[in-house]
Design a protein around this ligand. Structure first.
Ligand code: ADP
Ligand code: MG
Length: 362
């Protein structure tokens, strides 16, 4: 049985509907990431699951039981927010113990739980300290510890790392991944607008846009077979190049020709109809062309050096749309030089005019 089932969940504020019928099943012990642009409804959905917002329509079930009218404290859920308010006059131990004391738990049980959480989060040597003597990352770990001691069935995280600086964000992200490994039966839902966090942490990712689910899948599924142009360009960095193209059926098989003039043989693809399409190719799937018929031909407009890699922006003659290629850093590529780029046919993504995927399973 699914740990959590969302059926046609809607949320309205007055006349404004921000969640438009969300359907989702989350398995026991799964780490599910909600990702999407700012304002798409991630926090609202999480708050509906936690019980901090009423669900306007639809059903939320946890282990089969309807939760819509169950108060937050009885849902077996703990939530960690972006801003972690610790009590400054309490030690770490007391910060983590506070909620349990309020709930009337016995002292021995509180000590056991706080010590276990501190052990998982590597906070044991710091338990006697006060929050002001901690780094931002350590404070965020205490906030997570406060959620762990409640021994929830489900953990909810709402952008817990976005207040941390870049280096700390990476370190804490790895800690959250390890935390998940140490609690294999605990289901987690993790909200972020950062696709790298989503890719590295998730068992499965839900991509949200304007209050609707665009796609649900493993990180690899979303990367390899995005269902539409939105998901294709949201997952992966830099974003996938997408341009207008035309499918043609000829003696050699199906070819795709794009607006800037290049074309590629897609092979004997079956169900694809001739006509206008959108062609997608990831920057990392482009290479310098060695043969006579490159997919793209143009002039280098800008080069961003990243050390082992370089992002080469190429003007292929489409207004305002450079093609970006991620190429090895040691290649000597100069602005203004001509360049020819190729891609394996199997790495090409083909979408219809409305942006729905046409080739491959999705
Ligand atoms: P995200 O977390 O993905 O950035 P939110 O869930 O916070 O997005 O917000 C989704 C949409 O709902 C936004 O358009 C936001 O303005 C709106 N919204 C959120 N909370 C309220 C509220 N209490 N009243 C009215 N509109 C709200
Ligand atoms: Mg939010």
């Amino acid at each position: 049985m699914a740990e959590m089932t969302l059926h046609q969940i809607r949320k309205t504020y007055g006349a404004l509907e921000v969640l438009h019928g969300i359907n989702l099943e989350i398995g026991k012990g799964e780490l599910m990431v909600f990702v999407g642009p700012s304002g798409c409804g991630k926090s609202t959905l999480l708050r509906c699951i936690a019980g901090l917002e009423d669900i306007s329509a639809g059903e939320l079930r946890i282990e089969g039981s309807l939760m819509n009218d169950v108060p937050p404290s009885r849902r077996g859920i703990s939530m960690v927010f972006q801003s972690y308010a610790l009590y400054p006059h309490m030690t770490l131990f007391d910060n983590m113990a506070f909620g349990l004391k309020i709930a009337g738990m016995k002292k021995d049980e509180i000590r056991t739980r706080v010590n276990r959480a501190a052990d998982i989060l590597q906070l044991t040597p710091l338990l006697g300290r006060y929050p002001k003597a901690l780094s931002g990352g350590q404070r965020q770990r205490v906030a997570i510890g406060r959620a762990i001691v409640r021994d929830p069935r489900v953990f909810l995280f709402d952008e817990p790392l976005s207040n941390l600086d870049a280096a700390l964000r990476v370190a804490t992200r790895i800690e959250i991944a390890k935390l998940k490994q140490s609690m294999p039966d605990t289901t987690m839902i993790y909200v972020t607008h950062d696709q790298v966090e989503a890719m590295t942490l998730a068992d499965r990712i839900v991509v949200l846009r304007d209050g609707k689910i665009e796609q649900v899948g493993t990180p690899q599924e979303l990367y390899r077979t995005p269902r539409n142009v939105f998901v294709a360009q949201f997952i992966g960095s830099p974003a996938m190049n997408v341009l207008h193209a035309e499918m043609q059926h000829g003696d050699a098989g199906v070819t795709i020709a794009h607006a800037a003039g290049g074309e590629s043989l897609l092979g004997r693809a079956g169900p694809l109809n001739a006509g206008p399409v959108q062609l997608g190719v990831r920057p990392e799937d482009l290479t310098l062309a060695r043969d006579a018929a490159p997919l793209f031909h143009g002039r280098i407009d800008h080069v961003e050096h990243l050390g082992e890699l370089q992002l080469v922006h190429t003007d292929v003659g489409l207004s305002n749309q450079p093609i970006i290629a991620k190429l090895p850093g040691e290649l000597d590529l100069q602005r203004g030089a001509d360049i020819a780029l190729a891609a394996r046919p199997s790495s090409l993504h083909v979408f219809d005019a409305e942006g729905h995927r046409l080739n491959g399973a999705a």
